[in-house]
Design a protein around this ligand. Sequence first.
Ligand code: GDP
Ligand code: GDP
Length: 454
Amino acid sequence: DDNGGWVELREPDLDVEEPSGPQPVVAVVGRPNVGKSTLVNRIIGRRQAVVEDIPGVTRDRVPYDAQWNGRSFTVVDTGGWEPDARDRAAAIAAQAEIAVATADVVVFVVDAMVGSTDVDEAAVKMLRRSAKPVILVANKTDNTAIEMEATSLWSLGLGEPYPVSALHGRGSGELLDAIMDALPEAPKIVENRPRGPRRVALVGRPNVGKSSLLNRFSGEERAVVDSVAGTTVDPVDSLVQIGGETWQLVDTAGLRKRVGKASGTEYYASLRTASAIEAAEVAVVLLDSSEVISEQDQRILSMVVEAGRALVIAFNKWDLVDADRRYYLDKEIDRELRRIPWAIRLNLSAQTGRAVDKLAPALRKALASWETRVPTAQLNQWLTALVQATPHPVRGGRAPKILFATQAGVAPPRFVLFTTAPLDAGYQRFVERKLREEFGFEGSPVEISVRPRK
Ligand code: GDP
Ligand code: GDP
């Protein structure tokens, strides 16, 4: 696989709960050695402690995926606190500021064996200035004797301290319940894709060869059933076999009735195209290779991109392309399809059957990209290296920083960058280009949004 093992494909049965927006973020803050990493490991349910990973090395903001009671969220270990920083107060302020900026909920960890220190009190001041909910954890409450001690932490003014032993797990369930209660709102679960054939829109302006291509597959149509278990197939759709698999070609009724073709106005045809794209998961946009790429072709391509559907561009009538035409077509592609270099392109001929067998693999590849989920840890490992190598350009003496990123959803992949300030459009495009270089997404649009700290 050319993704170098970085990318996890979604399970084919797609029985996965999918949050509709960015996952809520929980930041864990506190002095060094109070047990933040141990607690984060406890929350993400990992036996092996991250704590030992890089001893003595400043941990930066490391996000992890976590779940509790069927809800998923991102937990950020804000270990990047330099104990030997000259100006300790400033370091604490920076830490608290980042936590406040990026988190929906802040978990403030204090060492119950030590009690509150003046450093803790300084941090509390910063945290209280924010409107973010803060949950106070009295960590290292390994037994009831320490639990008695922990009650003294009420004095911090952050409400009830949660007695927890991150090391042994004591009290961690209650803490997670409290975190869930404090999260803004349960991420909505998007309807799972119904089982059944993948939905494909076969679109393109009149006379590019849509009916001809459909007829090619209709030769194999004897194998097709009227209804596939668990799905309702609209009567205007066609179920056809392509590459040994059944596909649902949406709204192809008009393509079959050649008489109906002349009747539609262009406006009507464009509405019909839009609704077919909307109903599909992947669109095959047919272009006539013997003619220049027109504005109407561009409009249809834009509809697919704006609808967030996977995209395969079929250069039909390839049998008409000679060396001369090829030369100009390559130039047109460079010029006209520059904004969608990620689209999968096929050169085929519905008439001769050339490369028609490449369609099914292209559809599968585009759909796999469309449903790719990049694990948060890999995403941030890559991002950290990227921004280190190529930081955001400095504007007026300052450069916005990307703090971390999460993938908010799939179909198409959507990413959220948490930043200190809005990013330049050019830098955002650079991040997208690099993201594609690293993780692929061939055949799928990718959405990147930026969440600057408030
Ligand atoms: P961090 O610097 O705040 O991330 O703290 P670590 O997670 O690295 O923990 C610092 C030390 O405290 C480690 O030796 C942990 O094993 C220990 N520790 C963490 N949680 C507990 C706990 O609940 N009870 C006890 N007794 N020790 C703990
Ligand atoms: P539609 O309007 O997009 O459904 O296009 P049709 O399938 O009706 O095709 C329009 C015209 O192009 C017809 O005369 C077809 O025979 C012709 N055509 C379709 N595909 C090809 C192809 O691959 N090569 C050539 N030379 N002609 C084609």
